[in-house]
Design a protein around this ligand. Structure first.
Ligand code: IMP
Ligand code: MG
Length: 182
């Protein structure tokens, strides 16, 4: 079933229940790796807002939550990556886990990881809810991944189209519809 939102049609991809059970599993996978280490979690806003809010409640770890924000997409097209909220400068010697909503070209995650590496953390890992397509040889792959998805621009559960749809509890493929003739 698809739902209409203004000029867009949303085709369901991942239900709220499917997401919730995978996030709980990810929590177990991640907790098993860090065990008694203190974690510095760095969600990349705004896309990772909803995912990380759910994920942290499945991570019974000693944890500090930092935040950073980058902006890249204009509508459904990737553009230049710009910092909106810089990283904290206190990550030296920390076990850092970066969290993002979706890995596509890897530009965003790569940029954040490069900046964190310059601070010399004790360890650096990445967790993304979604990864689109195959990772090219030598490309950036996440250490923890929720779902691999095919082509198609997705919204919901934090993912947006021009700032909208982040509040949907499930994930859908957005099919923009042509504007009706004036
Ligand atoms: P990358 O830099 O090409 O890997 O793209 C990752 C960033 O672009 C993510 O942090 C998202 O904010 C955004 N993005 C990529 N694909 C989508 C999508 O299908 N829906 C919403 N945001 C997306
Ligand atoms: Mg993002």
């Amino acid at each position: 079933m698809s739902a209409s939102f203004g000029n867009a049609v949303l085709r369901p991809l991942l239900s709220a229940d499917r997401i919730a059970s995978r996030v709980a599993e990810l929590g177990r996978e991640i907790s098993a790796v860090y065990r008694d280490q203190e974690v510095s979690l760095v969600p990349i806003l705004s896309g990772a807002l909803v995912f990380s809010a759910d994920l942290v409640r499945h991570l019974p770890l000693d944890m500090v939550i930092h935040m950073c924000a980058l902006h890249s997409y204009q509508g459904t097209q990737p553009g230049q990556v710009n910092w909106r909220l810089p990283l904290p400068d206190t990550l030296s010697g920390q076990h850092v886990l970066v969290v993002d909503d979706i890995l596509d070209t890897g530009q965003t995650l790569g940029r954040v990881c490069d900046a964190i590496r310059r601070q010399r953390p004790a360890s650096l890992r990445t967790c993304v809810l979604l990864s689109r397509g195959e990772i090219a040889p030598g490309g950036l792959a996440a250490d923890f991944l929720g779902f691999r998805i095919d082509r198609g621009f997705v919204v919901g559960y934090g993912l947006d189209f021009n700032g909208r749809y982040r509040n949907l509890d499930s994930i859908a493929i957005l099919d923009p519809q042509p504007e009706p003739p004036a």
